[in-house]
Each structure stands twice: as structure tokens, then as C-alpha cells.
Design a protein around this ligand. Sequence first.
Ligand code: PMP
Length: 391
Amino acid sequence: MEPVYLDHAAHGPIRPSVLDAYRDAACRWAVNANNLSHARGRSAAAALDTAREKTSVLIGATPNEITFTSGATESNNWVIFGAALRTNRRRIITVATEHVSVLAPVAALRERHGFDVTLLEVDRWGRLDPQRVIEAVDDQVALVSIMLANNEIGTRHDLAPIGEHCRTLGVPLHTDITQAVGRIPVDVCTLQASFATFSSHKIHGPLGIGALWKHPDETLVPLLLGGRPDQGLRPGTINLPAAVGFGVASEEAADRLNHDPHGLQRTTERLSAGLESIRGALRVSPVEDAVTGIVNVAFPGVDAREVLDATPEIIGATGSACSAHTVTLSPVIEAIDLPRDARLSCIRLSPGWFTTENEIDVALEAMTSTVRTLRERNGLSKARTNREYQA
Ligand code: PMP
């Protein structure tokens, strides 16, 4: 039996329907969609318009507000460097638990260009205090960047009040919506944001394409220079098959949210409850403010990578990366105040819309058995339980 895939936060496998649309577009429009001087180019451009329309609908935007990029990493870098380039303001505000594709360009602005960076702290559950954010923002801030849902522990941030405050001060708010799109309804207008960024392969679309949404009143400096820019902003021959696939994936994601709004929630809750009932489990994701589809749990005293290695029945992720001699914790695990013996034991399991309840049960049975064995080996059978940790 194939392992149960519980790593949708890292990548959502392409759907057969999306692959068909991608292949069809690659064969049918083997032209440059930017070249409108022949009929096939114009037909390709029309397919691109349709893809942009479908992608925009998923986030409550209009098509001309969307520019296609190579993925959320590029979109995040673009917003951050682009916002810095267009103003004399020299302050950036972001959060300690942002994705590295936000934290790294922000760090580069500080180190190379002397920007003053405020890295907002979060609580044990990855939550921000909106009042503290509002207090930190003044009219000298070039950009505020706060993700909608965290990629490792799923924490959601309430952006609307922050966005409203930013707007009154004329400060742009960027939000990385990569982990929220397709899991929960997202409406960029309600968020009061100026920029939003996301990626196709997290919603079962093709790899190598993402999007940047820009509020119609905002400006953005292009980062790449060259010919025939998409939306006048991003040059180079557009990846039409990927855009068409992204459009289909967006349409299907919107359909799932409309027709089965609790589908992903059901499997997430089943997984979450099952994991928490394993002896020695410590919940890392927040209970109420988490996006559906991401569950993070720790088994203090047991190494997360050992758990995953000893559980071939599942594919999941850990909150640490290992190089030859050192183990580096992710910024998210660094930022939340976990007990010491839990920090190297965080496991993120992310089911998708097509994960079945039976698969969840298989995963839980396998995890329970592995954790029991490793805890016994580590002499932890009598150690604290989840409830004692939470107390
Ligand atoms: N932002 C977040 C929150 C993510 O989870 C990811 C992917 N892990 C990215 C950005 C980067 O996305 P991409 O792979 O499309 O560059």
C-alpha cells in the first residue's frame, strides 16, 4: 500500500483534470501568448484571460489585479523589494513566524540597505496581538507583511483590523495567503490588504506558477526587466500551460469550498483528535484559530524525524532541518514558546481534500504504534500526557 500522503502544506499533488488541461494547452497553443500578431497567439491570450479570471475568482478579486509569477517565493520577494523600492520610508514590519520567503528578503533589506525591521512576536500558539501590531504601525512604515495562515502550525491572523489601520495611514499591508487559499474561503477585499501572494501547487495546480494580487489603487515596481510584461509588470514569455492549469485548479478549489465546505474540516478534526489521544502528545497548533488542513503535534522527548522514519505508512513533515552536524529549528518553532523537550519533536501532518477517513485511521494507528515504541525505548512510558502539558 502507498503511504498516506499528509504533506499537502508542502505540495498538493496535481489533479488529473489539471494535468489534462495543462497538456492540452501545451499542445494546442504552442505559441507565445504575448504575440498577438497571429490568430493562434490571440487564442492563447484568450486562454490566459480565462485562467486569470478563474484564479481571481478564488480570492474574490478581479482578473486585471492578478499577475502570474513563478510561485509564492517570487511573489513574496517581489512585494517586499518592490515596496521598498517605491518609497523613501525605511521601516518594515513583519512577524517572527512568517515563511522564509518573506523573512529572507526582509533580512536582506535590513543587512544590505539599512532598513529598520520590526519582527513582531507571537504567543505560544503563534497568535499576534492585533493591538500591538496597530501600535507598531505609523506613517513611516514602507510595508507591513503578515501571513493569513501559518504554514507549520496553521495559526490564522485576523487581518481586517490591521488592514484598516494601515489603510488610514497610507501603509500597504501585504499578506501571504498561500496556506489559506483553497482551504478556507479567502476574500482579499475583506482582508483590507494591498497585496496578496499565493501559489498554484498548494491547491493541486501545476508547479512553477503563482500569483500576486495587487489592489487597483496600489503601484508596484517591476523587479524583472525585459519584454512584453504580463500586466505591464512581469516580463518574459508567460508559462501558458501552467497558467491554464492554475485556472482549472482554482476553479475546482472554489467548487470544493462551495459544495463541501466542511469536507477538509472533517478529516482534519479526526486526525487532530486521534493524534491528541496518543499518550505523550502535546498539541502545537492552536485549537480555534488554526486553518483547516494543518495539524502540528509534538511528542516531547521523541525526535520527530525518528518518528517519521519509523512510520513508513505516512508522509509528513518536521519543524527542523538537519545538516551534517547541526539541527536547525524552523523560525516558527523558534518563535513559539514550547517546552524544551518538545522543540525537536514537532510533526506537521496536513491532509488534503482527497484524503479519506480510512487513510486518517491508517495514519493514526501507525503513529500510535511508533510513538509507543519510541517512548518506551527512551524510558518515557510514565512521562507527562497531553493534558498535563496543557495545564
Ligand atoms: N509562503 C508560504 C506560507 C508557504 O507555505 C510557501 C511554500 N512552502 C511559500 C510561501 C513558497 O511557495 P512556492 O513553493 O510557491 O515558492
